[in-house]
Ligand binder design. Structure first.
Ligand code: C2E
Ligand code: CA
Ligand code: CA
Length: 788
């Protein structure tokens, strides 16, 4: 149920309850008032009756007195002259307002009358009406009953001198007319009931409107209470309140009673009308109340649903549109509070949004916004729009600036650089800060020439020294440029390539550089060198050993040390890939020392375990420049307690030929120290025989490219054969490397080659595996050597 319905329901319940209590209360009160009114009316009726009776009595008594003293009348009574009596009575009676007159003789017998109700000569002597005056009462008044009819009578004695002439009686009938008259005057219904001795009450007369049959039925059933106080009476379904006034003769004889009644329904009719109009008014008020309640509810729920709609909008992330509720009540306060909340959220969200896309220090767009703009520009480029260039900039030695000036001033430097960049560029270009001292610029519509011009302009801004806290600061920057499209199809690779160009510019102190695709190979080489340096530091390189076997006997007394690099991310990196690089950068000297150290240590270990092996280590061209190397190897063999002649240095033919003089020096030096020498990859270096003769080597290793082809290729086979012969002529041992099959093995054996090395014998193995391999082989060799 909605708020409006609740308010309407509540209001109508309130109005209904109010009307119900009012109607109930007024009903009770009206009933009470009706009873009270009726009771009062009845008592008034009783009082009226009493007064009425006395009035009539006084009037009759006066008239009777005049008549009783009328000599002519008295004479007529005395003479029993009924005609005269009747004439006089009828004439006077009209004046007195009496219904009847009777005159009796002194014995109480009727001598004259005005009415047919009494007979001439009738004896009323015993009747109290007549008896009293006969016995000497001057006058008496009483109720008189004849049959069902009731009368009010006044009697008076008539005398002539001392002689009693008779009695004069006058009175009136308690008739329907009288009852009606009383009803008119008292506004109450009236009934006279008569009683004859012990017989039940009988209806004598009743005023108009009294339900006579119903009253008669009640009387016959003797269902009429007799009491002085008002009682209720049901007359044919109409409730009455009645009062009963006993009618008694002067002698005290019970004549019956007079009932004064009032209908409650009549009395309440006025109230009922009032109640109907009350209910009607209430209904009107209720309808009006509902209209007002609806209006009031709408005033509350209207703004509320407006607020709900707004909350919904805010929830969906739309903060536009202020609340338009201006009322000064609680709803208005709520609306204002809500509006403030809405503004607060909008503000904070705007701030978060800015922070997500803006660099807080310089207020420049951050990297993600920059990427976004570059992507957008690239999108336009695809649709044939202008060219674009991405520029990255890095302040040279900013670390030093930060360290000497502190971070606070360092931040000011960055802010200054930011504003200089912005001033140097067009407003259509985007300047962003990537973080630290790195900035990016998007030049839309710029070709290569224009981009380089802007780079110069940017660098120009650094020529003016920065003044921070009175200190003049000379800064320099390196800038790299990548062109949209040709140097990258997406923002990230454009930024990355501009960064590579920037790194080159920095390395070469060139100020700026345009990206060149060849940087990529250079880049990966730099990376590799860096990683190799780390691997050496962390001693992540390891050395594997490949055995050489004597072709005649198959016995193994020599192994070649070969470096292995398993990079944690790149996996195995073959020596062919990193050794040449290491040679270029000079790092190879560290590699050589490393391998020498590991190998000699290993040789010492094997020797101590009863495996005396000669270890051959590859020496690169660069090592031949290292005059200290022989001395160092000496320290190593001493430390490992290995005889120097168990260490062999393999030097490629081409390495020797790079600088033959120097090579000769160091090689001599080495052999003087007791080490052995091999010429590696023989046949690829174009060495002169004359020179070779001067070298203190004792072994030649035929390059594997010849060995591999010697079975299939006549030329290779000839080279192998002549190399063997040449070596032997020079008194050298000849080793064939890269022996992959038994056929080659046999061919070499046939050719008189001394030693063989290759996968056919064994792959290079980790030291432990090699040791196991050797022990197993020695065991077999004890029975029969390989190849034999
Ligand atoms: P290298 O001195 O000629 O070494 C022999 C190479 O031939 C090794 O390659 C070895 O694994 C491989 N090999 C041995 N038997 C066979 C075979 O039957 N068939 C074929 N196809 N190849 C075989 P690796 O280990 O990849 O080394 C390649 C080159 O890297 C070496 O040629 C050497 O010049 C250089 N190198 C290796 N270790 C070192 C080192 O510790 N110091 C220096 N300076 N150079 C090294
Ligand atoms: Ca070698
Ligand atoms: Ca070789």
């Amino acid at each position: 149920m909605g708020l409006t319905q609740k308010i309407l329901l509540f209001t109508s319940l309130l109005v209904v309850a109010l009307v119900a209590t009012t109607v109930a209360y007024t009903s009770i009160e009206a009933n009470r008032l009706a009873h009270q009114n009726v009771d009062r009316a009845l008592l008034e009726g009783k009082a009226f009756w009493d007064g009425f009776q006395q009035d009539r009595y006084a009037k009759l008594k006066l008239g009777l007195g005049v008549l009783a003293n009328d000599p002519a009348f008295k004479a007529a009574v005395q003479t029993h002259d009924p005609a005269t009596i009747k004439d006089i009575l009828q004439e006077r009676g009209r004046d007195l307002g009496a219904d009847f007159f009777i005159a009796t003789d002194p014995a109480g017998r009727v001598v004259g009358r005005s009415d047919e109700g009494w007979n001439e000569g009738e004896d009323l002597g015993k009747d109290p009406v007549v008896r009293g005056p006969l016995d000497g009462d001057s006058s008496s008044s009483t109720l008189w009953r004849r049959g069902k009819t009731l009368f009010q009578a006044v009697s008076m004695p008539m005398q002539i001198g001392e002689t009693a002439v008779g009695v004069l009686v006058a009175g009136y009938r308690i008739s329907e007319g009288l009852a009606n008259q009383i009803q008119r005057l008292t506004q109450s219904e009236v009934a006279f009931l008569s009683r004859d001795g012990a017989r039940p009450l009988e209806l004598s007369v009743a005023s108009q409107g009294v339900e006579a049959p119903a009253l008669r039925a009640l009387l016959e059933a003797r269902r009429l209470p007799s009491s002085g106080s008002p009682f209720e009476l049901d007359l044919d379904g109409d409730r009455h309140v009645a009062i009963d006034i006993p009618l008694k003769a002067a002698t005290g004889e019970d004549m019956g009673s007079m009932l004064i009644m009032k209908s409650l329904a009549t009395e309440r009719a006025a109230f009922d009308r009032f109640r109907s109009s009350l209910v009607f008014t209430s209904l009107v008020v209720m309808a009006a109340g509902l209209v007002v309640a609806y209006w009031g509810a709408a005033r509350i729920t209207g703004p509320l649903s407006l607020l709900v709609a707004l909350v919904e909008r805010v929830r969906e992330g739309s903060y536009a549109g202020a609340v338009t509720i201006t009322s000064s009540d609680e709803i208005g306060t709520l609306a204002t509070a809500f509006d403030r909340m809405r503004e607060g959220i909008a503000d904070r969200e705007e701030k978060i949004r800015r922070m997500a896309l803006q660099d807080p220090l310089t207020g420049l767009p951050n990297r993600s916004l920059f990427v976004d703009r570059v992507e957008h520009a690239l999108g336009l480029l695809e649709r044939g729009s202008d060219e674009l260039a991405v520029v990255t900039l890095d302040i040279d030695r900013f670390k030093d600036v930060n360290e000497t000036l502190g971070h606070v001033l360092g931040d000011r430097v960055l802010q200054d650089v930011a504003s200089r960049l912005q001033n140097a560029l067009r407003s259509s270009d985007t300047v962003a800060r990537f973080g630290a001292d790195e900035f990016g610029v998007l030049l839309s519509g710029a070709g290569g020439e224009e981009a380089l011009r802007v780079c110069r302009k940017i660098l120009g801004t650094f020529e003016v020294p920065l003044v921070i806290e009175g200190q003049r600061l000379h800064l320099a920057a390196s800038v790299g440029v990548a062109m949209g499209g040709s140097h990258g199809r997406d923002a990230e690779s454009l930024i990355r390539n501009a960064g590579k160009a920037m790194a080159v510019a920095k390395r070469n102190n060139a100020g700026f550089a345009l990206y060149d695709p060849s940087y990529d190979t250079r880049e990966s080489r730099l990376w590799l060198i860096e990683e190799l340096r780390n691997a050496l530091e962390r001693r992540e390189l390891c050395v594997h050993f490949q055995p050489k076997a004597a072709l005649k006997t198959g016995s193994v007394s020599q192994v070649e040390a070969l470096v292995r690099w398993i990079h944690p991310e790149r996996g195995t990196i073959p020596p062919d890939q990193f050794i040449p690089l290491a040679e270029q950068t000079g790092l190879v000297r560290s590699v050589t020392r490393y391998v020498l150290e590991e190998s000699i240590r290993q040789a010492g270990a094997w020797q101590s375990r009863g495996l005396p092996l000669e270890v051959a280590v590859n020496i690169s061209a660069r090592d031949l420049w290292d005059a200290e190397l022989p001395g160092e190897i000496t320290r190593m063999v001493q430390a490992a307690a290995v005889e120097p002649q168990r260490v062999r240095l393999e030097i490629t033919e081409s390495a020797i030929m790079e600088d033959p003089e120097r090579a000769l020096d160091i090689l001599k030096n080495s052999t003087d120290l007791g080490f052995r020498l091999s010429i590696d990859d023989f046949g690829t270096g174009y060495s002169s025989l004359a020179y070779l003769r001067k070298l203190p080597v004792d072994e030649l290793k035929i390059d594997r490219s010849f060995v591999k082809g010697m079975v299939a290729d006549r030329g290779d086979s000839a080279i192998v054969q002549s190399t063997i012969d040449l070596g032997h002529n020079m008194g050298l041992e000849v080793v064939a490397e890269g022996v992959e099959s038994g056929t080659v093995w046999e061919a070499l054996k046939g050719a008189g080659c001394d030693l063989a090395q290759g996968y056919f014998l064994s792959k290079p193995l980790p030291p432990n595996d090699l040791e196991r391999w050797l022990r197993e082989r020695r065991h077999k060799e004890g029975v029969r050597g390989i190849g034999d």
